[in-house]
Design a protein around this ligand. Structure first.
Ligand code: ZN
Length: 310
């Protein structure tokens, strides 16, 4: 029998978090300010455990280290991707990530971070921060030094189903009233540029202005992800992004549809509805990995999924 690796998520309480991880997804969250569900993660700060089957109870990091054959024997010290669902009740701080080269040099050999966001749901007037308005580094430094945050930071309206690719060096922030599925490189290196002058326990949170200035791309250039939808008999596949680190797609299943897993591994997250994979029931909020050599499989039901592979 072929193994489907279902994972138990890890939850993170955040000052900006809410309760939609239980109201929308039914997860057993620790409090009503839970900000993140680390759904597929082998990161030391939140290492998911296999839910059932042959590998029940084993951490994803251990599976990666001891069963490389499940992941197509790809090279790498750590499982390369991290999938999160983020419930932003309030605004997150404005941040930027380094690329691999900068992180390796300045963060003890860590990886940089490229990430992307699929908007699962948001308030009707919700907004997001992607990019900035400085024409070059000198103007960036001047605007930061003089606290011209409203002029500097580029705020865009969003709606359910929008998708954003956030390259290293991109100023970005999720704003309140937004639930997102994030696919990212397995890294936690973040430079905080601005935190709306908020206080946490009476003190402002630490900023990383110099490193932010180092890594911010000037001028900002939007990534054109050129979404393409391929209609199938009983559903559709939409390509959201193909980059150096991952390919992300959205599947819409209405009925029964066959697929073939030929990648080193493929991650699937059910973001809406209910259905089956090869006859096994899957629900909104389930996340699982189809290992190397999985081959043909059938998805049936009425559901939407986000998939990713390296
Ligand atoms: Zn980020």
């Amino acid at each position: 029998m072929k193994n489907i690796i279902f994972l138990e998520p890890v939850f993170k309480e955040m000052i900006w978090g809410g309760n939609r991880l239980i109201t929308d997804f039914g997860y057993d969250i620790p409090s009503d300010h839970t900000g993140e569900c680390w759904a597929v993660s082998a990161h030391t700060n939140g290492d998911c455990v296999v839910r059932d089957g042959d590998y029940k109870g084993i951490k994803l990091s251990n599976l990666w280290n001891e069963h490389k054959e499940l992941f197509g024997d790809v090279e790498g010290e750590t499982f390369p991707l991290l999938i999160k669902i983020i419930d932003a009740k309030a605004d997150l701080s404005i941040q930027v990530h380094p690329d691999d080269e900068y992180a390796k040099k300045n963060e003890n050999g860590a990886l940089g971070k490229t990430e992307c966001w699929y908007i699962l749901d948001c308030d009707s007037d919700a907004k997001i921060v992607v990019g900035h308005n400085a024409k070059d580094k000198d103007e960036l430094k001047e605007m930061i030094a003089n606290h011209k945050w409203n002029e500097l930071i580029r705020v865009l309206p969003i709606k359910k189903g929008d998708f954003f690719q956030i390259e290293p060096g991109t100023v970005h922030a999720i704003k309140g009233g937004t639930v997102i599925l994030e696919t990212q490189q397995n890294s936690d290196i973040t430079y905080r540029l601005y935190d709306y002058d908020r206080l946490s326990d009476g003190k402002p949170r630490e900023l990383h202005i110099d490193k932010s200035i180092d890594v911010i791309n000037c001028p900002h250039v939007d990534v054109d992800t050129d979404r393409k939808t391929i209609n199938m008999g009983q559903g559709s596949v939409e390509e959201l992004v193909n980059c150096k680190y991952y390919s992300v797609k959205k599947l819409n299943i209405i009925g029964e549809q066959s697929f073939t897993q030929t990648e080193p591994f493929t991650i699937l997250s059910v973001i809406d509805g209910v259905g089956n994979i090869d006859g096994i029931q899957i629900n909104k909020g389930d996340h699982f990995i189809l290992p190397a050599g999985f081959g043909d499989y059938v998805l049936s039901g009425n559901m939407q999924l986000i998939t990713s592979h390296i």
